[in-house]
Design a protein around this ligand. Structure first.
Ligand code: 13P
Ligand code: SF4
Length: 301
């Protein structure tokens, strides 16, 4: 049996489900039962009746799945797959910020540790930040938005609300420049440019649309256009091409590679399933507090 067949066999035997983020390596995307963005995968994790969730993504995503399914075994095939942006704020830094704004509510991007979520009132993803702000807060509410300044600025622009913004960012998306846009537009003048809200405001200003990764999928599927410039991590292009073989996709920047997202290989996926390694363990007290912020988000999904 080859690797893929062994994964399939073990998955059936152990009643496991494989959830994979849209940035995963092509072979992992192919092996997954569900492919999605952070919001879609959280919803899947909360609904599955499998005994084991193998989460092919990064740690904050697997932690979110664990919080939503505390009785299930949640495996992250490479336990070191993290998110540099999520590491840009710690729970104690957030606590200090809250101390200087005692009346403020905290909105945290899902790209945060469980500990940071435990100090937050509500969570959001790139797919629903605008909706969450409109529905969960009053206009006069003082809101701290952590950790992604670019998502915060995009949400501010869409909602007209002001936030106390943490200075975090995704190094991969923040590296995409206006020069990348200029060049891509010149090379593919007929293509639509869609970008992720983690990009800088300058890049967002030049785009035809701003979407989460699964939002990009829907946009492309429904569009009459034949070609698209994709302003996000390059793993996304594989998914788009698989779903839309007749359409053309160009990366806005070929350098937009999230190495953490590429840590999970078929070998690691198989060995995690075999020895049940990479189990996500969280302190009960943290889960109780952090889960509230995710549940509040899912109420508005
Ligand atoms: P999505 O929720 O849009 O998939 O984004 C997750 C992420 O980490 C983007 O860098
Ligand atoms: Fe984190 Fe950026 Fe990688 Fe997404 S692409 S997981 S935000 S470092």
């Amino acid at each position: 049996m080859n690797l893929v067949e062994r994964i399939r066999e073990l998955k059936k035997q152990k009643r496991a489900v494989i959830l994979a983020h849209n940035y995963q390596l092509p072979e992992i995307q192919d092996a997954a039962d569900y492919l999605g963005d952070s919001l879609g995968l959280s919803i899947k994790a909360s609904e599955t009746d499998a005994d084991i969730i193998v989460f092919c993504g990064v740690k904050f995503m697997a932690q979110t799945a664990k919080m939503l399914s505390p009785d299930k075994l949640v495996l992250l095939p490479d336990i070191d797959a993290g998110c540099p942006m999520a590491d840009m704020i710690t729970a104690s830094e957030l606590e200090t910020l809250k101390f200087t704004h005692p009346d403020a509510k905290v909105l945290c991007y899902v790209n945060t540790s469980a500990e940071v979520k435990a100090y937050s009132d509500i969570c959001c993803t790139s797919a629903n930040s605008v909706k969450i702000v409109r529905k969960a807060f009053l206009k006069e509410d003082e809101v701290i938005f952590v950790p992604d300044k670019n998502l915060a600025l995009y949400t501010k622009r869409e909602t007209g609300r002001d936030f106390i913004i943490w200075d975090g960012y995704c190094p991969i998306h923040a590296d995409i420049t206006e020069e990348n846009v200029e060049r891509a537009r010149r090379e593919h003048p007929d293509a639509d440019l869609i970008v992720h809200p983690e990009c800088s405001p300058e890049v967002i200003d030049l785009a035809d649309g701003v979407y989460s990764t699964s939002g990009m999928s829907r946009y492309v599927k429904e569009s009459d256009k034949e070609s698209f410039i994709i302003g996000t991590e390059v793993g996304m292009l594989y998914r788009l091409k698989e779903d839309n073989p007749q359409k053309e996709f160009y990366p806005l920047s070929e350098k937009a590679v999230c190495l953490d997202m590429k840590k999970i290989t078929l070998e690691r996926l198989l060995s995690s399933l075999e020895d049940e390694s990479g189990s996500i363990e969280l302190e009960v007290e943290i889960v109780e507090r952090a889960k509230g912020s995710i549940d509040r988000m899912l109420k508005y999904r």
